[in-house]
Design a protein around this ligand. Structure first.
Ligand SMILES: [Fe+2]
Ligand SMILES: [Fe+2]
Length: 276
């Protein structure tokens, strides 16, 4: 099985010609499935972009949502729209809303949106405040002194759902592919070849998801966990443990691409052609 991994396509920034070129490039790789790790578009058209991408390819489209996917809307409303679209479109699979997917014997896929959850780095002294606070209703509607707690709650919610999914992976699993938007560790959060500093880390790392993954991998040493994510738009590979590797993908606004092809066979998973 060949999975085309795409991250941060930001399709609302993409011209019709560029969209066609992107689809041709995906098609040339002859994937059996597409997997998008968030920032697909924005809240007012993410559902449309998912539908038209699914309709262009006669293969399953697995995805999680990124922070931009909630812009101009609320988190709950966007998720509800996307869950409804996934129910009436067979090819669409919102991983945040479902349990493990068997890709091959012993190989399972799970996914969770994740959020920069203000648990890594120094939120209180950071000079960074993302557009999320202005463009997502959940932040717009509360005062700025409650933003940090909201970020932490979103990270904790993602981690709790991920925990349930990881525990639901059958015992015969030897490989787990975890798709998420936000890098779960500071070591996997790249910017121009360097990992993030204390100013950016609160927004660019989902620490709670990282802790859940680390705890799982310490317990399940028989199982190899490969995490794929995006969000920082800069790529890198981080080995956290022998059985826990994180691939972070790159992106350029207006020029969507395919980050890598993931090849899956019984008890094997290989990410071909990832840049580093
Ligand atoms: Fe992005
Ligand atoms: Fe993002």
């Amino acid at each position: 099985m060949r999975i085309a991994w795409i991250t941060d396509p930001h399709l609302n920034h993409v011209s019709p010609d560029r969209w066609d070129q992107w689809c041709d490039r995906i098609a040339s790789m002859q994937p059996d499935a597409l997997l998008i790790t968030g920032d697909i578009s924005e809240g007012d058209d993410v559902e449309l972009q998912l539908r038209r991408t699914a309709e262009r390819f006669a293969v399953p489209l697995y995805f999680v949502l990124g922070n931009h996917d909630f812009y101009q809307s609320s988190i709950a409303q966007t998720r509800q729209n996307v869950i409804a679209a996934s129910r009436d479109h067979n090819a669409l699979n919102y991983l945040t809303d479902r349990g493990p997917v068997a890709l091959a014997d012993g190989v399972y896929l799970v996914g969770e949106d994740g959020w920069g959850d203000a648990t890594v780095g120094n939120y209180d002294e950071s000079f960074i405040r993302l557009n999320d606070f202005k463009l997502i209703d959940d932040f717009r509607e509360i005062s700025d002194d409650r933003w940090k707690a909201k970020l932490q709650q979103l990270g904790a919610d993602s981690a709790a759902r991920l925990q349930v999914k990881l525990n639901a992976v059958p015992r015969n699993a030897t490989q787990i592919l975890v798709a998420t938007h936000v890098p779960p560790f500071r070591e996997s959060c790249w910017y121009e070849g360097k990992t993030t500093d204390d100013h950016w880390a609160p927004f660019f790392v989902c620490g709670e998801v990282g802790r859940t993954l680390m705890e799982f991998c310490q317990r399940r040493v028989d199982c190899q966990t490969t995490v794929i994510c995006g969000h920082t738009h800069h790529d890198g590979i981080a080995t956290l443990r022998e059985n826990l590797i994180v691939h972070t993908g790159s992106a350029v606004y207006g020029a969507p691409d395919v980050e890598a092809v993931i090849e899956v066979t019984a008890n094997e998973l290989h990410i071909a052609g990832h840049r580093r």
